[in-house]
Design a protein around this ligand. Structure first.
Ligand SMILES: *[C@@H]1O[C@H](CO)[C@@H](O)[C@H](O)[C@H]1NC(C)=O
Ligand SMILES: *[C@@H]1O[C@H](CO)[C@@H](O)[C@H](O)[C@H]1NC(C)=O
Ligand SMILES: *[C@@H]1O[C@H](CO)[C@@H](O)[C@H](O)[C@H]1NC(C)=O
Ligand SMILES: *[C@@H]1O[C@H](CO)[C@@H](O)[C@H](O)[C@H]1NC(C)=O
Ligand SMILES: *[C@@H]1O[C@H](CO)[C@@H](O)[C@H](O)[C@H]1NC(C)=O
Ligand SMILES: *[C@@H]1O[C@H](CO)[C@@H](O)[C@H](O)[C@H]1NC(C)=O
Ligand SMILES: *[C@@H]1O[C@H](CO)[C@@H](O)[C@H](O)[C@H]1NC(C)=O
Ligand SMILES: *[C@@H]1O[C@H](CO)[C@@H](O)[C@H](O)[C@H]1NC(C)=O
Ligand SMILES: *[C@@H]1O[C@H](CO)[C@@H](O)[C@H](O)[C@H]1NC(C)=O
Ligand SMILES: *[C@@H]1O[C@H](CO)[C@@H](O)[C@H](O)[C@H]1NC(C)=O
Ligand SMILES: *[C@@H]1O[C@H](CO)[C@@H](O)[C@H](O)[C@H]1NC(C)=O
Ligand SMILES: *[C@@H]1O[C@H](CO)[C@@H](O)[C@H](O)[C@H]1NC(C)=O
Length: 690
């Protein structure tokens, strides 16, 4: 590099530097500075990057963007910078929003989402002439949206997830003709939807879900020809759906679920030539599925669950070329299970549960190769043997739910059955007889197995211990006998497994919990199943394996109502994730290991009706358990059975006050000795090292 070049570089560098300096010299407009200072004073928390030593040039503060007034086309004798963006999302800001923000007349973007801002929304915010984008979602704002709105430039308003109430002002669209997105979901708005919404002629996305809006959908909405997404689910809207829905020809997603809509579903779907998602579950629709819907070539997800639709299901699969997910559960459909579903080429998720079908699973399902998830619970099905023969040929099937069918039939033992890809199998509450079949050992990818509330006999097979992904096993309420296989103490996914769960598509109702205490409880997502071993209400005997301690990821261990014997292993305290431990109604003996106090997530615990003795542990979660967790033993030290006061012979305490079965207790003490003298020494020192 020659000397000349060197100087060129220096000069260019200097000029560049000088330009930066001169722009730093431009400070923010004094009015803007004042507005931001007021804003800061309304916030109770510290705004990072706005510290006490902040420079008077507010343009340099965190989350502030300025533009020079000349670029903004403003005509000041001295050029200043104007605040055009204020973006402080996710800053843990706490406090009130200052009305002074309304003086930031050049503001284009205001994003204060995901904070803890509270109280009223200042009226002045709704008069910002240049505001394009307003995002105040996920705060604690309450009270109404101001009646008087004048946001002529606004394109995007998002104030979902707050505590706003009152009605939606009719004027919301009067001056906001450029508004493309309006999201006010998850608030407490009430009253009817204002017809004036129809004046937001540019609106593409309207989301008012999860409020308390009532009344019918106003006609104005049907003037919004550009609308692509309409979410009005979870409100109290009612009335019939107007034929004019057909005017919304650009709709891609329509969710009107969980409202009180009634009447028939209008036959407008030929006009909705872009509709991809139609969710209308949990309304009061009756009648049949209109032909325009059952032959829509664009709909991929159709959810009409929990209505009063009737007739036989008659989809035109040659027309429904986009359909991937179909939920018609909990209606009054009758007739046969539609045998043409396999010809819906991309259909992979099917819920037909809780209808009044007759007969069996159609033969045609043998070629249902796209099918991954199916629930046919409570469909009055018969012939489980044929059902499994057919379904095993669905190559892609991973989730099979057949609860409440096949009443009293025999669990097929046919050794040729094979379900290698199955991840979820739920055949509960069918009163099936027989034993747990050997063919199930080929389903080694199972993650979740529920065969509760049947009449199954025999033992729990040892090979379940080899199922590397199994994290949920419910075999409760059968007549199973024998020991709990020791192999289950090695279930990998409960030891250190990362359970990778592939969710069925959006809102697939996986499971209606059938047991009496939780009737109607519906788990929609696999992740909502807590890692569980439930063998309650059987005739199992033998010990509780000390090696259960290895199952550090298990949340629920329910072994109640069996004939399990021996001590409660103190090592169970290593099952650090346990929330429920129910060992009641067995013949367990010995003491309650004090180490269990370490189980810090334990919220449900019972050892009632066993042959335990001694002092109940205290502290930790044990201080929250009621007497019913302990009664029916020779225990003391809980509410209903305080231990005798004074310095009693340790053994005296051990025996408790009732002497239900003196010899049994003595036998128990002798068993206790097997574990060594340490426990007695422990008592003396009031240190439970057992
Ligand atoms: C800012 O500009 C003014 C004149 O417009 C000048 O007097 C002053 O020195 C400048 N300050 C800096 C730090 O450059
Ligand atoms: C500043 O204004 C100019 C001219 O109007 C514009 O091109 C630019 O995007 C603006 N900058 C910001 C950060 O708003
Ligand atoms: C800017 O202000 C000058 C005088 O201050 C005036 O002559 C000019 O017309 C103004 N321009 C605009 C666009 O307002
Ligand atoms: C915030 O607003 C509430 C209600 O509008 C008012 O009671 C409270 O004093 C305000 N707090 C501050 C710090 O301004
Ligand atoms: C506001 O900020 C949050 C967090 O960064 C972001 O997710 C959101 O998209 C922003 N809002 C808008 C309208 O851009
Ligand atoms: C809105 O909620 C406030 C309490 O936050 C209550 O006082 C007011 O009556 C409610 N207004 C309406 C219209 O429900
Ligand atoms: C809507 O609810 C309000 C009470 O919040 C009630 O006064 C009004 O009659 C309801 N309107 C309709 C159409 O149900
Ligand atoms: C819907 O379309 C029909 C036919 O084009 C028309 O008569 C009706 O006025 C439209 N409704 C609305 C609310 O725009
Ligand atoms: C079924 O829909 C009704 C409203 O029509 C609702 O109250 C009920 O909770 C829904 N049931 C389920 C299980 O979603
Ligand atoms: C089903 O749809 C196909 C393709 O759109 C059409 O040709 C056929 O006529 C329809 N069948 C019935 C029974 O409507
Ligand atoms: C179910 O169908 C049978 C006849 O197939 C009928 O007798 C019964 O009433 C139906 N049940 C319901 C709830 O519709
Ligand atoms: C089966 O599933 C695989 C992967 O999930 C997919 O690629 C394939 O297309 C599916 N088969 C059919 C017939 O849909």
């Amino acid at each position: 590099m020659g000397a000349q070049d060197f100087w060129v570089v220096i000069v260019i560098g200097f000029c560049f530097h000088a330009q930066i300096l001169s722009s730093q010299n431009l400070t923010c407009n004094p009015n803007d500075l004042k507005a931001l200072e007021d804003f800061m004073n309304g916030i109770d928390s510290v705004i990072e990057g706005w510290g006490s030593d902040f420079s008077p040039n507010c343009c340099k503060w965190a989350g502030i963007t300025c533009n020079s007034s000349s670029s903004l086309g403003l005509n000041y004798s001295i050029d200043t910078y104007r605040v055009v963006k204020l973006e402080l999302p996710k800053r843990r800001l706490l406090g009130n929003l200052s009305a002074s923000l309304g003086t930031l007349d050049q503001l284009r973007t205001l994003n204060l989402s995901h904070n803890f801002l509270k109280h009223l929304l200042p009226v002045s915010l709704f008069h910002l002439p240049n505001l394009k984008l307003l995002d105040l979602s996920s705060n604690d704002f309450s009270g109404p949206i101001p009646v008087d709105i004048d946001l002529p430039s606004v394109q995007f308003i998002e104030i979902s997830y707050n505590f706003l109430n009152g009605s939606l002002p009719a004027s919301i669209c009067d001056s906001s003709t450029q508004l493309r997105t309006l999201k006010l979901a998850v608030n407490y708005f009430s009253g009817s939807l204002p017809p004036g919404l129809g004046n937001c002629i540019s609106l593409e996305h309207l989301c008012l879900a999860m409020n308390n809006f009532n009344g019918s959908v106003p006609e104005g909405i049907f003037r919004l020809r550009k609308l692509t997404q309409l979410n009005i689910q979870d409100n109290k809207l009612s009335g019939a759906l107007s034929e004019e829905f057909g005017n919304l020809s650009n709709l891609v997603r329509l969710d009107i679920s969980t409202n009180g809509f009634s009447g028939t579903i209008p036959g407008v779907f030929y006009s909705l030539g872009r509709l991809h998602i139609f969710v209308a579950h949990s309304n009061r629709f009756g009648g049949q599925i209109p032909p325009s819907l059952s032959s829509s070539s664009t709909i991929a997800l159709l959810n009409l669950r929990n209505n009063s639709l009737q007739g036989s299901i008659d989809l035109n699969c040659s027309a429904m070329t986009s359909l991937t997910s179909l939920d018609l559960g909990s209606n009054r459909f009758d007739g046969p299970i539609p045998s043409n579903l396999p010809s819906c080429q991309h259909l992979n998720t099917v819920n037909l549960a809780r209808n009044n079908f007759t007969g069996q699973i159609p033969e045609s399902f043998k070629s249902f190769h796209s099918l991954s998830y199916i629930s046919l619970s409570n469909c009055s099905l018969s012939n489980i043997s044929s059902a499994l023969q057919i379904l095993q040929q669905c190559q892609n099937l991973t989730t099979l739910v057949l609860t409440l069918n096949f009443r009293g039939e025999q669990f097929p033992a046919d050794p040729t059955l094979q379900f290698e890809k199955l991840k979820i199998l739920i055949i509960a509450n069918c009163r099936l007889t027989g034993v747990i079949p050997q063919w199930l050992s080929t389903s080694s990818r199972l993650q979740l197995l529920d065969i509760s509330w049947n009449h199954l006999e025999g033992t729990i097979p040892v090979w379940f211990g080899n199922f590397s992904s199994l994290f949920y096993m419910d075999m409760s309420n059968n007549s199973l006998t024998g020991e709990i296989p020791r192999s289950l103490t090695g279930l990998p996914s409960l030891i250190n497994g990362r359970i990778s769960i592939e969710e069925p598509s959006y809102d697939f109702p996986l499971f209606m919990k059938s047991n009496v205490s939780a009737r109607g409880l519906q788990y929609n997502q696999v992740w909502s199943f807590r890692p569980t071993l439930d063998f309650s209400n059987n005739n199992l005997n033998g010990p509780i394996w000390p090696d259960f301690r290895k199952l550090r990821l298990l949340h629920v261990l329910d072994l109640k109502n069996n004939r399990l014997s021996g001590p409660i292993p103190s090592s169970l305290s290593e099952m650090v994730s346990l929330e429920t431990l129910d060992l009641s109604h067995n013949v367990l003996s010995g003491i309650i290991p004090p180490s269990l106090v370490k189980l810090s997530f334990l919220s449900k615990f019972s050892v009632a009706d066993n042959e335990l003795y001694g002092v109940t542990p205290t502290g930790g979660q044990f201080s929250t358990f009621s007497s019913s967790s302990f009664e029916g033993n020779n225990l003391c030290g809980y509410d209903a059975a305080p231990c005798p006061s004074g310095r009693v012979d340790p053994l005296g305490t051990w025996f408790g006050k009732s002497s239900k079965d003196y010899t049994g207790v003595i036998a128990g003490v002798c068993v206790g000795f097997v574990f060594g003298i340490a426990c007695f020494i422990g008592i003396d020192r009031h240190v439970w090292t057992f």
